[in-house]
Write a protein that binds this ligand. Structure first.
Ligand code: 13P
Ligand code: SF4
Length: 304
């Protein structure tokens, strides 16, 4: 039997749902029930009535799904799938950062561990970070771990000081101003779309900044035909696949060749099949941080 069919049958047999991030290898979509950005996938994780959640993404995403579903089995297909940014801050570093800036609410990007989330006031993703910071209605916030997303939020709001930890995404920081300038010269008609984890100078000179799902929606709705994508390659692969399928005549180019998050690429269809058969790798969250970390995510989901 073909592997895709095998996975579909295993899903049915085990009442499992597969959530896939849009940086995953594009063939993962063939077996996924939901594909999208971190916020959309947390919403879907919160709603599912499946017994097993397979998270085709990275560790912090699966951990967030577990926090929202304490009684379900949450599986990560390949245990190597971490996130460099999430690993840049631990609890002692967070405590030190808070001690230097006392009595200021702390917003954590979902790209963080449950232990870190438990020490923060509210979570956010790239698609709702501006709304979440605004909802706190305070003049100053601390933001961890991504300094680039934090400062981008500060710029959008204009009236809130966002004091950031010095974390970053190595994949997005490979995109430089010169890459945008070169793309403008080579493809003058193309719209350039970027993720807010990019350098500030990059975000300033592109045509649109948004989460992975927002970038895809912008491109789908746009009347333009040519696009340069300044985020991970998975987004480009999905946009080109959909353009071909729907015969839109739109073309999508990755800003430069090596914008690939290796962590997101570990999960293969074979891993997904094995993960359903062996019910591995199960993601659990330490009971000492569970409730507090869950509250931090729930607060985010409650912001209208
Ligand atoms: P999104 O929430 O935009 O999908 O971002 C997740 C991420 O890890 C980007 O690097
Ligand atoms: Fe983490 Fe960057 Fe990979 Fe996103 S692209 S999962 S922030 S390392």
């Amino acid at each position: 039997m073909h592997i895709i069919q095998e996975i579909k049958e295993l899903k049915k047999k085990k009442n499992a749902v597969i959530l896939a991030h849009c940086y995953q290898p594009v063939e993962v979509d063939e077996v996924a029930d939901f594909v999208g950005d971190s916020f959309y996938l947390s919403q879907m994780a919160a709603k599912t009535d499946a017994d097993i959640i397979v998270f085709a993404g990275v560790h912090f995403m699966a951990q967030s799904a577990k926090l929202l579903n304490p009684n379900k089995k949450v599986l990560l297909p390949n245990e190597k799938s971490g996130c460099f940014m999430a690993d840049m801050i631990d609890v002692p570093a967070l405590k030190e950062f808070k001690a230097k800036n006392p009595d200021i609410p702390v917003v954590c990007y979902i790209n963080s561990t449950a232990e870190v989330k438990a020490e923060c006031d509210i979570c956010c993703t790239s698609s709702n970070a501006v709304k979440i910071v605004k909802s706190l209605n305070v003049p100053k916030v601390l933001f961890v771990p991504d300094t680039y997303l934090g400062k981008w939020v500060e710029k959008q709001l204009g009236n809130v000081e966002v004091i950031t930890f010095n974390g970053y995404c190595p994949t997005h920081l490979r995109i430089r101003v010169v890459d945008i300038e070169n793309a403008r010269k080579l493809y003058p008609k193309a719209k350039i779309l970027a993720h807010p984890e990019c350098h500030h100078e990059v975000c300033k000179i592109v045509d649109f900044v948004g989460s992975t799902k927002e970038i895809m929606e912008y491109a789908e709705k746009s009347e333009d035909k040519e696009f340069i994508i300044a985020t991970e390659k998975g987004v480009v692969d999905r946009l080109n696949r959909d353009s071909l399928l729907n015969n839109t005549g739109k073309s999508f180019r990755l800003i430069k060749e090596d914008i690939i998050c290796q962590n997101m690429k570990w999960n293969t269809l074979e891993d997904i099949k094995n993960c359903l058969i062996n019910e591995k790798y199960e993601i659990n969250v330490d009971t000492s941080v569970f409730d507090k970390a869950k509250r931090t995510i729930q607060r985010m989901l409650e912001v209208k």
